[in-house]
Design a protein around this ligand. Sequence first.
Ligand code: MG
Length: 383
Amino acid sequence: MNRVALLGSTGSIGTQTLSVARALRGRVEIVALAGGRNARTLSSQLSEFRPRMYHALDPGAVDSCGATMASLEEIASDDGVDTVVVATSGRAGLAPTLAALRHGKKVALASKEVLVMAGHLVMEAARCVGASLVPIDSEHSAVWQCLQGENGEISRLMLTASGGPFRDYTQEMLSQVTATEALSHPVWSMGAKITIDSATLMNKGLELIEAHWLFGVLLERIEVLVHPECIVHSMVEFVDGSVKAQLGVPDMSMPIQYALTHPDRLPGLAGRLRWDSLRTLSFRPVDDSRFPCLGLARGAIRTGSTYPAALCGADEAAVALFLRGAIQFNDIAPLVESALSSHCPSEAKDIDAVVAAYERAHEYVLERPATYSRHSECRTEQV
Ligand code: MG
């Protein structure tokens, strides 16, 4: 029995993880649930799964069903937990991930900020005690699956991207898109922040940084390819020129399940590819001029220190501004770029240092919507 603590249980990955856990009853036991502000969903999850521990931002609003309230770090380091699924949003997953790894737990990671902000700290914590850190994100799960049984050196990683809903838009069209349009991802159903990040391709920039840390591959050896069909979830080219790809229907239940049952494969919830109706698998490079966020992410990790943490904070704030209509879609990248160029880096020596960098960049962006309000006025007139 795998005793699982799920951090971020009410979000998109959290609820899908519980669907997988439901299907894996007898093999997976949910022993702790941590949710954010959605007290109703958390209460109903607590009532169904009856875990021993829970965490809520507002415990008074939650029906705990006898579970004991605990902090995220307490849950992550509890003796009765084998695997910690980190599916929190923003920077909330950082401290519990480090706590879990230091206590030798297996961590199944969905939260991107953890490795982007503090990849060196996280990988070092895992290495020190031999703890296992496995990916949930479909691209990293694909690479991980391709690497099973391999000793050979990686020549290149090819991360695939759907390209988001605006992949064929011109610069002019991109300046007009609304939050509602940006929230309609053509393939994947995800939370609001990651959906906007998919539309700007910042999501792929964050994934590139994660892949660099997870698989120890040089940035120069990681490519991003737009693959609108979302069937090939990523590929690995080895030094002998052989390429392995992982394919499947776009359904997060597969990588979530694999992270929980590895090295075993079990029948699960994911659908099957219909090869008879699969006509095309296409790949093309990203147009950096229309989607500058990928380049910003590459630049941040190349410069290192606290720049990747600042990138996360700036992007989180810029996406929030866009969602509330304070800036345009095309303002997200320049705002993040502005936050990075005015960032005063420090040595990313511990959680406090990276969190401080995140907060400073977050604040910097939130203070600047007025600079971009000219665009917002234009848009209001057009509406
Ligand atoms: Mg992904």
